[in-house]
Design a protein around this ligand. Structure first.
Ligand SMILES: Cc1cc2nc3c(=O)[nH]c(=O)nc-3n(C[C@H](O)[C@H](O)[C@H](O)COP(=O)(O)OP(=O)(O)OC[C@H]3O[C@@H](n4cnc5c(N)ncnc54)[C@H](O)[C@@H]3O)c2cc1C
Length: 310
């Protein structure tokens, strides 16, 4: 949205292609007050998304919702695109530049793909991945046993929220805790109070649903195993960039990415192919945030203005 706004102001006719039903990306799911945006304190993610998308609509920017890019051909003038809009409708567009801003999604594949018994738990709603999804079920978890999987900030926030409100919480960390010190200290206090039981260096070998709850066997090494039983599991296993779709888009399949799939860009947000740019979380493994994504959009629009008008 930021890049579209800036490029419109710089004289281009941007088109936003969004497969969802609304603009806003991750903001739409973060129903918490965001205090990190200079000059706009005290708004939730959906409220920020609405503020931004209203601005985009006020600028009469061409927004295609429910739309997906299905073909990209490199041409002398830039690119020919085919966009699928709805079930049977496709549209052709031409563009001098392409900006990839497809963000992140929760990384569930390490658990769903690798741990036996994970998929049925996920399908029955007993295992979930989005960092804030425990907030909805807090009351229902009173007096229950929960496991939080992960060692980063989100796992610690979830363990803290759950243990300080209701549930007895196991914190399952494959290697060692990686949360910021201030977040870690809060959980350490709960560990000392006996409200959180931490299992560091523990590998989950399976999930087994039974009458007593969900049995989770843990292995530390070949000879050292234990088993815990819980009622609900919250996995906080990080994020992955939305870049798989590039593989099906001919010319864009060759775009350089790092070993985790993030698009590689230079300081002007130029990716490895001419007139292709990447902004926001999809190109920012180090400091993903709303303000960084908004700033990236402004930088890329100015890069496009330099590159296509020379
Ligand atoms: C729980 C949580 C809390 C957070 N809290 C904060 C906070 O307090 N402060 C802060 O600054 N940041 C916070 N963030 C991070 C912030 O939300 C992100 O940094 C920001 O939303 C990134 O914006 P983006 O546009 O790069 O990507 P996203 O918001 O991920 O948007 C990407 C968009 O691309 C679309 N898309 C995906 N695939 C395709 C495709 N193939 N074709 C077309 N479109 C596609 C998606 O539908 C989505 O609309 C939080 C994130 C989470 C998950």
């Amino acid at each position: 949205m930021s890049c579209a706004l800036w490029s419109k102001r710089l004289g281009f006719s941007p088109v936003l292609i969004e497969p969802g039903t609304a603009l806003g990306g991750q903001l739409l799911e973060i129903n918490r007050i965001n205090r990190w945006i200079l000059g706009i304190p005290g708004r939730t993610g959906p409220a920020l998304a609405e503020l931004y998308s209203t601005h985009v609509l006020d600028e009469a920017i061409d927004v295609r919702l429910g739309a997906r890019l299905v073909s990209v051909m490199a041409e002398d003038f830039g690119f020919s695109l085919v966009v699928r809009e709805g079930e049977n409708c496709t549209a052709s567009l031409s563009a001098q530049a392409l900006v990839i801003a497809t963000g992140l999604r929760v990384n569930s594949s390490d658990i769903l793909g690798l741990i036996p018994g994970a998929l049925p738990l996920y399908e029955s709603g007993l295992l979930s991945f989005f960092p804030l999804d425990h907030l909805e079920s807090m009351e229902a978890l009173e007096g229950k046993r929960v496991a939080v999987i992960g060692g980063g900030d989100n796992a610690h926030f979830t363990a803290r929220d759950l243990a300080s409100r209701a549930a007895f919480t196991h914190l399952l960390i494959r290697s060692r805790p990686r949360a910021q010190p201030v977040v870690r200290q809060e959980v350490e206090a709960l560990i000392r109070q006996g409200r959180v039981l931490e299992h560091s260096g523990a590998r989950i070998t399976g999930f087994h649903q039974g009458s007593g709850g969900i049995a989770v066997p843990l292995a530390r090494n070949d000879s050292d195993t234990e088993q815990i039983e819980v009622d609900r599991i919250f996995a906080r296993t990080g994020f992955a960039p939305n870049t798989e779709f590039l593989a099906g888009l001919g010319h864009l399949a060759g775009l350089e990415r790092n070993h985790d799939g993030y698009v590689r860009v230079d300081a002007w947000k130029r990716a490895s192919l001419s007139f292709v740019y990447a902004i926001g979380d999809v190109a920012n493994p180090d400091y993903p945030s709303v303000v960084a994504a908004v700033a990236d959009g402004a930088v890329a629009a100015q890069a496009i203005a330099r590159d296509v008008r020379v």
